[in-house]
Design a protein around this ligand. Structure first.
Ligand code: AP5
Ligand code: MG
Ligand code: ZN
Length: 222
């Protein structure tokens, strides 16, 4: 028995990070940490930090780095680092990537997986996306839950995201190019980057990701 992998999923909005992060986390028995899901849950609870984050999110803007880092760092306990994890939506700016690198001291990342999907395809995926309000499970009008509007995993309401409007999506994609693309180089320079074709059936994309993890991850490494 060794540990689980420590993974970061990169990719533009709608590339399938949430979908694949959940599958990878289930497959390896590690935690799926999505900053978008954390902020949506905080907003739904109505905490002041959650409501502040929601203003940025609904406009398609990034939540300020200091807020994101504060929220995420609470999760990086020794147990979390030792068991392994899949990060989805974090890091998304260079300062966040540098902060993560610092926090992971002694528990190096195994791989940053960049899900490559062109803009015209992500726009179609986002237009049809539906999510569970309660647990964040992701669906699509072409891949709906068994009962319409009801989450298969938790029975929560399945709805459209407030930030999946045309204007917010345009802004999110712009910010991806400006703020998140530089992270790809950051992980490439660390020798930790694997680019994976994110086009095709969900199961096929998942097999490609697992294939990369198997090639780069040693469960016996520290
Ligand atoms: P976040 O929730 O992370 O949203 P995002 O980055 O815009 O990414 P998405 O969730 O839109 O896409 P995804 O890649 O997860 O795709 P999915 O699997 O759903 O962040 C939201 C906001 O929070 C940000 O804009 C920002 O304001 C804030 N925030 C969060 N983290 C932050 C941070 N670190 N710093 C600053 N601000 C932060 O798939 C999309 C659709 O396609 C689904 O319907 C799915 O069913 C479908 N699909 C998936 N795979 C396939 C396939 N292979 N074939 C066909 N359809 C597919
Ligand atoms: Mg997501
Ligand atoms: Zn649910």
């Amino acid at each position: 028995m060794g540990r689980g992998p420590r993974l970061v999923l990169l990719g533009r909005q709608g590339a399938g990070k949430g979908t694949q992060a959940q599958l990878l986390a289930d497959n390896y028995g590690v935690e799926h940490l999505s900053t978008g899901d954390l902020f949506r849950a905080a907003a739904a609870e109505g905490t002041s930090a959650g409501l502040e984050a929601k203003r940025f999110m609904d406009a398609g803007e990034l939540v300020p780095d200091a807020t994101v880092i504060r929220v995420v760092e609470d999760r990086f306990t020794g147990d979390f680092l030792n068991r392994g994890f899949v990060l989805d939506g974090f890091p998304r700016t260079l300062p966040q990537a540098e902060e993560l690198h610092r926090v992971l001291d002694g528990h190096p990342l195994d791989l940053a997986l960049d899900l490559e999907v062109p803009t015209e395809i992500v726009l179609r995926r986002i237009a049809g996306r539906r999510v569970c309000e309660k647990c964040g499970a992701t669906y699509h009008v072409d891949m709906p839950p068994a009962t319409e509007g009801v989450c298969d995993s938790c029975g929560g309401r399945v709805v459209q995201r407030d930030d999946d409007t045309e204007e917010a999506v345009q802004r999110r994609l712009e910010l991806y190019e400006q703020e998140t693309v530089p992270i790809i180089d950051f992980y490439c320079n660390l020798g930790k980057l694997s680019a994976v074709d994110g086009i095709g059936e969900t199961d096929d994309v998942f097999k490609r990701l697992v294939d990369q993890v198997e090639q780069h991850f040693d469960p016996q490494s520290p």
